[in-house]
Design a protein around this ligand. Structure first.
Ligand SMILES: Nc1ncnc2c1ncn2[C@@H]1O[C@H](COP(=O)(O)OP(=O)(O)OP(=O)(O)O)[C@@H](O)[C@H]1O
Length: 616
């Protein structure tokens, strides 16, 4: 129930919707109930021989609708005859149905707005929360699960939780209105018939509890299935190349079957809710006919035959809202389970936050300094006592064997992850004491894999910079050696580059990413050179673009190209989480250590042969 109300809190300000909704619903229910309530006086007046020439007295209060209507029908009958009475009754019924439907229409419209408003807020909160999470979260979670929570779980909440809102607001009002009329007709019979309600409630709540457990399992299974789908689509090339289609297909199908099994078992129970309430309803009506009929036959009760018929007509209507409540609550388990998953995501806490007294870092003047930096993923220590300085305007190349910790070290600078001990200082200021936004504004990041979006070339370069002009974007593209090839695409800068830039070549993608960094023009560049080999022409273009990018900037580069390494002011060799060697290219060659071995093994970009004079 707590989850339910928490989900409803996303409907705030609920008063704006709830008050007009309740007013419209009350009117709609009153007019629709009135129709049925009018059956009794109608029957009595039309067919009761004794009252043919007597006008029933006008009651003292207009709230006694039966008596009021009885008065008017008998009056019409005496004055104008039975046919006119029939017309009068029919017109009254049509007007009351019309009014009831007008109010129902407005009530439904208000409820729909509330539903859309709630989902808007829920989706917004969950997306904001995901985007605010630290990067580590994304490596631990399955992407498909996140996708399914944001997309499908929110949708499930829409159908079940907000769907019950309508029922919750409307049906109790309807039931109360019917019960009031039923009490007016016969309180004895109504009290007796209400005895069965707790029994029905108990049976239905038992089914609902079981369903909720299964619903949770079904959402998890669905998330997993989306994960497999996501991986399959993402890796389709590799899957085909490795002839792994069968393996991947089987994995997806197994999950699909597992998911379907849960859904089937759930729907079996779900389907039971309706027959159970239907049967209970019929038993109730039969009991009432028996009990109420005996009261009428023996003249013991407070009603005559006409009222009894009206009573049965009204009572059969009570079952409809009661059934609506039980049906919607048998579906709510799924919404609550989905809601719990969504709320869990909204409640997640980002582990990397700005300090409460964080200040903005507006410029970079001197140096980035690592002081005894140690970092561990969970228990696994991957960087130990790292200390070095990147002076302003210099290029520092990080090299070393795979798994040495280069990418991890790089991720520490924009605070994608935080040091376990030690400090990283920019101009003497600990990066944890400044706001992340200002810190990241000072940095440009170019990754190994070119991260591009399914959008135009222009928007990919201007990414995040809404004020960029066409001239600025073009200038950045020229520096990144991209302008020429962009002009050769079908729509120039307006060309859509496809999913993840799939319509471009590898080298073109890299140059677009470089243009993006050039346009942002940050003083510090964090560069992870692509290892993937490009053809010589493309390689030259990219290399030139990178050189342009690093010019007049401070750069920390995970270097895979020999030329980048040779041009660097300092080379840091990271091995097994520690700085193994540090110096210029020549110094390190002379030292005859790991660096020399790496060069000799030619582990750098395959387009570059290591000339003998380099090794010396
Ligand atoms: N998210 C993570 N969770 C746990 N361990 C990780 C994570 N990312 C990296 N590691 C581990 O940390 C170590 C350093 O990895 P890192 O990616 O920093 O190395 P690298 O020098 O950049 O390697 P490469 O040159 O192959 O990219 C590796 O042993 C790796 O297994």
């Amino acid at each position: 129930m707590k989850t339910y109300f928490r989900l409803l809190s996303f409907a705030r300000p609920i008063n704006r919707y709830a008050i007009p909704y309740i007013i419209c619903t009350i009117f709609s229910v009153i007019f629709s109930t009135l129709n049925l309530a009018l059956v009794a006086p109608l029957l009595t007046t039309l067919f009761d021989e004794n009252t043919q020439q007597v006008i029933s007295p006008m009651p003292s209060s207009y709230f006694d609708v039966f008596a009021v209507f009885k008065h008017y029908t008998s009056y019409t009958k005496v004055m104008y005859g039975p046919m006119a009475t029939l017309k009068f009754v029919c017109v009254t019924i049509v007007i009351s149905v019309l009014l009831s439907n007008i109010f129902r229409y407005f009530a439904d419209r208000i409820m729909e707005s509330l539903r859309i408003h709630t989902l808007l807020n829920l989706r917004k909160s969950v997306f904001d929360s995901v985007m605010d999470m630290h990067l580590g979260y994304f490596s631990n979670e399955r992407k498909g699960d996140i996708l399914s929570k944001v997309a499908s779980d929110v949708q499930v909440v829409q159908y079940s939780v907000t769907g019950t809102l309508q029922v919750l607001f409307k049906e109790p009002v309807t039931i109360i209105a019917y019960l009031v009329f039923l009490f007016i007709i016969s309180y004895k019979l109504t009290l007796a018939s209400m005895l069965i309600i707790p029994i029905a409630g108990f049976l239905i709540s038992k089914i609902v509890r079981k369903l909720k457990e299964q619903a949770m399992a079904s959402h998890v299974a669905y998330g997993m299935m989306i994960s497999y789908l996501d991986e399959a689509l993402h890796g389709i090339k590799i899957i085909k190349a490795f002839n792994a289609v069968k393996f991947i297909t089987n994995r997806f199908h197994r999950q699909n079957v597992h998911y379907s099994k849960i859904i089937r078992s759930m729907s079996k129970k779900q389907q039971m809710a309706s027959p159970v309430s239907e049967t209970l309803g019929v038993i109730m009506v039969a009991g009432i006919v028996l009990f109420g009929g005996s009261l009428v036959l023996e003249h013991k009760g407070d009603m005559d035959a006409a009222s009894f018929i009206a009573y049965i007509a009204l009572f059969s209507q009570v079952m409809r809202p009661a059934k609506a409540i039980s049906a919607s609550f048998s579906g709510i388990h799924s919404g609550i389970a989905a809601g719990e998953r969504v709320l869990e995501m909204i409640d997640m806490k980002c582990q990397i936050n700005d300090a409460p007294d964080a200040t903005a870092l507006t410029e970079f003047k001197e140096a980035i300094r690592f002081e005894n930096v140690t970092f561990a993923y969970e228990q696994k220590e991957v960087l130990r006592n790292i200390s070095f300085t990147v002076p302003k305007g210099k290029t520092i190349a990080l090299v070393g064997p795979s798994g040495g910790g280069k990418s991890t070290l790089m991720d520490l600078v924009p605070r994608f992850i935080d040091v376990k001990s030690g400090n990283i200082l920019i101009d003497g200021k600990d990066i944890r004491s400044v706001t992340m936004e200002s810190l990241r504004t000072l940095m440009g990041i170019v990754n190994q894999e070119s991260i591009l979006f399914n959008d135009s070339i222009f928007n990919n370069i201007a990414f995040g910079n809404l004020n960029a002009t066409a001239e600025e974007v073009e200038a950045a593209a020229r520096i990144a050696n991209a302008h020429e090839f962009i002009l050769n695409t079908t729509d120039g800068y307006a060309t859509n580059i496809g999913d993840k830039g799939s319509k471009l070549s590898g080298g073109q993608r890299q140059r677009i990413c470089i243009a993006r960094a050039v346009l942002a023009n940050p003083p510090i560049m964090l560069l992870d050179e692509a290892t993937s080999a490009l053809d010589t022409e493309s390689e030259k273009m990219v290399q030139e673009a990178l050189n342009n990018l690093m010019k007049n900037r401070t750069s920390l580069v995970i270097a895979h190209r020999l030329s980048t390494i040779q041009n660097a002011d300092q080379i840091i060799v990271l091995d097994n989480g520690q700085i193994a060697e540090q110096g210029t290219h020549q110094e390190l060659l002379n030292a005859n250590g790991i660096y020399r071995k790496l060069i000799e093994m030619q582990t750098f970009s395959s387009n570059e042969t290591v000339p003998s004079e380099v090794i010396g």
